[in-house]
Design a protein around this ligand. Structure first.
Ligand code: HEC
Length: 195
């Protein structure tokens, strides 16, 4: 190719580029055939009717932030001495929703969280242990705090509010309290705190 031809070719390419940049609607066929399609927008459909018997979720406990005093003060409606039935339900809930990550005894030694960096096995981060022993955490948490953690999730823990009803969550809280060393030990009042 001669020098002249080369220049002419690149000049044409530049003109083409400039035209393309300056006019957004200089359409290739595949630009406009999408727009002209005959389709219905979501708001043009009539919504399907709810199935018979569907009810709105009516939660009897207001939502709150687990970091606030109001949230932490929420009381377990099953009281301090829940029935065997409630504890059995809580255990069942724990096995269904919590055990996979928190382990059978809440110690975090579960399949999902088993990490073995030496063999490059990295899974879900290990939740803090919920029992007695090093690093146990639930003893320092109020019932309201645990309830809201289950309902709204933690920093990375998923939320179970959409999956569990309030009584199921509270039954789970009650069951957790029966685990060794998970009984609530409220922090000392400020006046009693060691200085
Ligand atoms: C997918 C894994 C996973 C599942 C399932 C799960 N958790 Fe957790 N949980 C975590 C992780 C990770 C943390 C620690 C980090 C955080 O707070 O997000 C945690 C933290 C907690 C804490 C301590 C929060 C705190 O700040 O003291 C409690 C209590 C708890 N979980 C209870 C439960 C209960 C009860 C269930 C079942 C309803 C459950 N978790 C299900 C992963 C999980």
């Amino acid at each position: 190719m001669s020098r002249f031809h080369l220049h002419a070719a690149s000049g044409l390419a530049l003109v083409g580029l400039a035209a393309g940049l300056s006019s957004p609607a200089r359409a290739f066929p595949w630009d406009w055939d999408m727009v002209d399609n005959d389709f219905k927008r979501a708001y043009e459909w009539q919504m399907a009717n709810l199935p018979d018997g569907a009810v709105t979720i009516d939660r009897y406990v207001p939502n709150a932030d687990r970091m606030t005093p109001e949230g932490q003060a929420l009381k377990n409606p099953f009281g301090a001495h829940p029935s065997e039935e409630v504890l059995a339900q809580g255990k069942h809930m724990f096995e269904v929703y919590c055990q996979a990550c928190h382990g059978v005894e809440g110690k975090g030694n579960a399949p999902v969280t088993h990490n073995d960096p030496a063999n490059n096995v990295r899974r879900y981060p290990v939740p803090p242990p919920m029992l007695s022993g090093t690093g146990a955490i639930t003893a320092a948490r109020s019932d309201g705090y645990i309830y809201l953690t289950i309902r709204n999730g933690g920093a990375i823990m998923p939320a179970y509010g959409p999956s569990m009803e309030d009584p199921e969550i509270w039954a789970t809280v009650a069951y957790i309290r029966t685990l060794e060393g998970a009984q609530y030990t409220p922090p000392p009042a400020p006046s009693e705190a060691p200085r």
